[in-house]
Design a protein around this ligand. Structure first.
Ligand code: ZN
Length: 383
């Protein structure tokens, strides 16, 4: 093998073998015809999220074919989709991407020797740890480890404020939806900011509980949707167990201690090119009063954010037919409160398009600060 290797022309090196990485290299011998596959979640069949590094490709015209794209979990996600790239893991930009004949192809000529490509701006667990350490030191917010994941990672929990209402914010149940972590990077510092009037008023009206990353194992393993045991955490809320879904089990216990008056669960949606909210309108105990609360949050967010809209979203669930294994529905039914799922796009927000970056880390952080303002406004009305 050695001799034939030396006989080959020098080619690029591709790897997804790192924190949050996901790729299977089928054939990388020709830079202009690289064949790759997205790997399914370890113990489940879901896949869509990819994240890999290419080395030795500066100035080379790369054509990278993800050949199993047609079998991905959400094929409509590839329509009008453009992949993201970064040279430093911080600044992400969109690159030419096309979906044809069941293959997703990324065309790019990197300017530097090492470049990363991903489904959405990657958010590795190493970044999460360093964010948490710096944030907890600087913010002085109450921080607690509420238990461990199946891979032994500490599940972090933050608490702010001392008001009587119990506000809960959780993010990244689905590890491939990295926009949820970027949102948290905007939300937590704003919440802790002593000079932010919205944060001040929210912390007075409410005690805010935050689980910044629900699915650390899936995030580190480069999964789309599940944890180390192959469980979709957002389908585990009624029957969570310490054996299969400790992340949900432990958070649910904590919620039982505190109660819940407000809940938002932060996600990303593969197909819909806009931000939207999902209410718990199909739960058995749904009422007109709850619809009014949800509509008020939506209306205030519409005023607060140029990136939000209320036309695109999921179709309504028939009355009483909501899946109570989903966090949003479970919480609404258990605590009779305003409970929502937030979905952000993998593509761009069509109401305020920015083609160079699409929906991006900076926009996620900004959107989180807009949510904080709305939470502060509605806290008065929930008391
Ligand atoms: Zn999700």
């Amino acid at each position: 093998m050695g001799l034939s290797w030396f006989g080959k022309k020098k080619t690029v090196a591709i790897s997804g073998d790192f924190d949050g990485g996901n790729i299977k290299v089928v054939d990388a011998s020709e830079a202009s015809d690289i064949r790759l596959e997205i790997k399914p979640d370890g113990a489940a069949d879901f896949f869509q999220y990819f994240n890999f590094r290419v080395d030795g490709a500066a100035g080379k015209s790369l054509a990278m074919h993800l050949t199993n794209a047609a079998q991905a979990s959400y094929v409509p996600g590839w329509t009008d989709y453009r992949a993201v790239a970064s040279y430093d893991g911080e600044d992400w930009f969109r690159v030419d991407t096309r979906y044809a004949d069941g293959v997703l192809t990324i065309d790019h000529t990197p300017k530097r020797a090492s470049v990363q490509y991903a489904y959405f701006a990657a958010y590795p667990t190493a970044r999460f740890r360093s964010f948490v350490e710096t944030f907890s030191r600087e913010s002085g917010l109450s921080r607690e480890t509420i238990g461990k994941t199946l891979d032994g990672q500490a599940i972090e929990y933050f608490r702010a404020g001392d008001g009587p209402l119990q506000f809960w914010v959780i993010a990244r149940q689905h590890p491939g939806e990295t926009m949820a972590s970027w949102w948290i990077e905007g939300f937590l510092p704003a919440l802790a900011d002593k000079e932010n009037p919205a944060a001040q008023s929210l912390r007075k009206a409410a005690t805010v509980h935050v689980i910044p990353c629900m699915n650390l194992d899936g995030a580190r393993r480069g999964h789309l949707r599940t944890n180390a045991a192959g469980v979709d955490l957002n389908r585990a809320w009624r029957n969570a167990t310490m054996e299969k879904s400790p992340e949900v089990f432990l958070v649910r216990e904590k919620m039982r201690e505190t109660g819940v008056d407000f809940f938002i669960d932060v996600h990303g949606d593969e197909a819909i090119p806009n931000n939207f909210l999902v209410s718990a309108q199909g739960v058995p105990s749904w009422s007109e009063a709850r619809q009014v609360r949800f509509d008020r949050y939506s209306a205030l967010l519409l005023e607060a954010s140029r990136d939000f809209q209320t036309k695109d979203g999921y179709p309504a669930t028939a009355p009483g037919k909501a899946n109570l294994d989903i966090a949003n529905n479970y919480v609404a039914e258990t605590w009779d409160c305003l409970s929502m799922t937030l979905e952000m796009p993998f593509k761009d927000a069509n109401v305020n398009p920015m083609p160079d970056v699409g929906w991006s880390p900076a926009r996620c952080r900004n959107f989180a600060r807009e949510h904080l303002r709305v939470m502060a406004e509605i806290a008065g009305g929930l008391a």
